[in-house]
Design a protein around this ligand. Structure first.
Ligand code: ADP
Ligand code: ADP
Length: 218
């Protein structure tokens, strides 16, 4: 599903953020990405999200080479990806429905199909009935679930999450992780960057560890 082959990334006027990183994430596999601040976690996720380009190596998403893709193809390739952020990145002046619908509207789906899929996504994260609320009227855990509903509404093959539980207490973090496990069970691959070593050990999935840009354990 996701393959890194000897991937390096250097930012202009900075050292190497990633150095010769290779790994393979299978379909339906869930894994954690850990490492100290500055180890390269965000950079690795940004390469997958096509927000940055690697300087060496190859990255394959579902068999397609995604480094060096033309700007024109990026929106199309991103549809296969669900992105989840620590700070949710919701639009606070739009309802829950409109936030979750956004990727579908961008993809040009018809209104009735949008409504059907948005409800299905909200149902999966336990937020059916909150469609008309605005994000700031929800708790932090609920806001993150809106972010998750938005990430899955396009039925992505891979979900990548950057510190998704960074702003949540342990109970809510466990709830969010449980949701990721459910996606994994239906064949979605999940890669989660986190500092929360305790949570990682409790759950017992594969751990990819970065140290100063090197993948030191997998
Ligand atoms: P985290 O440790 O939570 O991953 P960082 O504080 O490392 O976050 O980075 C936050 C943002 O700032 C990221 O988008 C990252 O790419 C960017 N960033 C980090 N270091 C630099 C830098 N030296 N120059 C410019 N941008 C940076
Ligand atoms: P992490 O997410 O593990 O905290 P990052 O990927 O944010 O690590 O950062 C890895 C390294 O790359 C750090 O040294 C950081 O300062 C540097 N870096 C990240 N983003 C940028 C950027 N946009 N420009 C320059 N350097 C960056």
């Amino acid at each position: 599903m996701l393959k890194f082959e000897h991937v390096s990334k250097r930012y202009p006027d900075a050292g190497e953020a990633l150095i010769d990183v290779s790994f393979h994430l299978q379909k339906g596999e869930m894994a954690f990405l850990t490492g100290r601040s500055g180890a390269g976690k965000s950079t690795l996720l940004k390469l997958i999200a096509m927000m940055e380009q690697c300087t060496r190596g190859n990255i394959f998403l579902d068999g397609q080479l995604i480094n060096r893709v033309s700007e024109r193809k990026v929106p199309y390739l991103r549809r296969g990806l669900g992105l989840i952020f620590q700070d949710y990145k919701l639009l606070n002046d739009r309802t829950v429905f409109d936030n979750v619908a956004l990727p579908l509207v961008v993809s040009g789906y018809q209104a009735n199909e949008v409504a059907r899929r948005v409800r299905a996504s909200l149902d999966k994260v336990g937020l059916l009935g909150k469609e008309r609320k605005y994000p700031l009227a929800l708790s932090g855990g609920e806001q993150q679930r809106v972010g998750i509903a938005r990430a899955i509404v396009n039925k992505p093959k891979l979900i990548i999450a950057d510190e998704p539980t960074g702003n949540l207490d342990p109970d809510l973090s466990a709830e969010v992780m449980h949701m990721f496990e459910q996606f994994k069970q239906v064949g979605v691959s999940v890669l989660i960057a986190t500092h929360d070593i305790e949570l990682v050990h409790v759950l017992g999935y594969r751990v990819l560890t970065l140290d100063k840009g090197h993948l030191v354990a997998s």
